[in-house]
Design a protein around this ligand. Sequence first.
Ligand code: KG4
Ligand code: ZN
Length: 354
Amino acid sequence: MSGPLVLGIESSCDETGVGIVRGHELLANEVASSVEQHVRFGGVVPEVASRAHLQAIVPALRRACATADIDLSEVDAIAVTAGPGLMGALVVGLSAAKALAVALNRPLYGVNHLVGHVAVDVLDHGPLPQPCAALLVSGGHTSLLAVNSITSDITELGATIDDAAGEAYDKVARLLGLSYPGGPVIDRVAAAGDPRAIAFPRGLTATKDLAKHRFDYSFSGLKTAVSRWVEIRRRDGLEVPMADVAASFQEAVCDVLTAKAVDACEHLGVDTLLIGGGVAANSRLRALLEERTAERGITLRRPRPALCTDNGAMIAVLGSEVVGAGLRPSSLELGANPGLPVSTVLVGADRNGR
Ligand code: KG4
Ligand code: ZN
């Protein structure tokens, strides 16, 4: 047993997460999701999510302590998502974290949710080789990152210029009449389909686009192409082959994500690719990355699927890294930042040294 005992709180979207780690060891990861309450709206309703966090946070905290078999008084530091995310949702987790920091007299670290997605693999596969490249694919973000230091030096090589990958999955699921969130459903339906059945477009891969957008993504044209294809079938009174549409759409997404991620590794001259975010749980993305990284001698680091989607453990382990790097805690006046850029790992260091 080594390293600080860190409690992490996540509340940026529709999952209330409380994780507890000791160094790089995962002790508890309690997640309460309000997804059921959003299904009939086809997407997350911010106010509903905030109310659900308020109800779920204390029970999740209690369960996490029980699972980790620790008393709150043993905790060395509190880490919390300070952004990006939904304002009202972030505020619930931040308030809980501040209350704990004050009551326990422990340092508070307001950290970046996106960097948490990238850091979480440390729990499964140990310290990160740095520098490395990271493919971040979530519901709200899709980026290629150069990770020189997970606590202090992350730069964005490129990002989506329109929809995020997860957003594309959610929108395509909706137009196919499948339930929300769309990613896991399309992943399942696609398993029975032919990925080569329909040639959907690969955004920003034409030579003229690569000059300006080598590491950027675009998924809105793909979504429109799927929509048009389905519309024409329906107009002509033909059956829509769901599995083939899902598999062909998924192949288009994963083909581009993978090709550009491998290109980023070669551009940076790094031999490790890290993946994170909800879409990193996708079975085809994981398989295709495995294949293409192996061909080029790149080591692929993929967290187990349960750690890819939002959770508190990713925030706790990023907190543990930040503590380990000796960075100063955040001020207790720390605010939520819904648009926090991925390059800001830790928010609002306390100028008075706390
Ligand atoms: O990272 P995450 O849990 O939340 C955000 O920070 O956005 O990502 C949620 C996204 C949703 O769009 C969901 O449809 C997608 O991740 N997702 C998946 C899979 N599981 C979750 N997408 C594709 N395949 C999956 N298996
Ligand atoms: Zn996320």
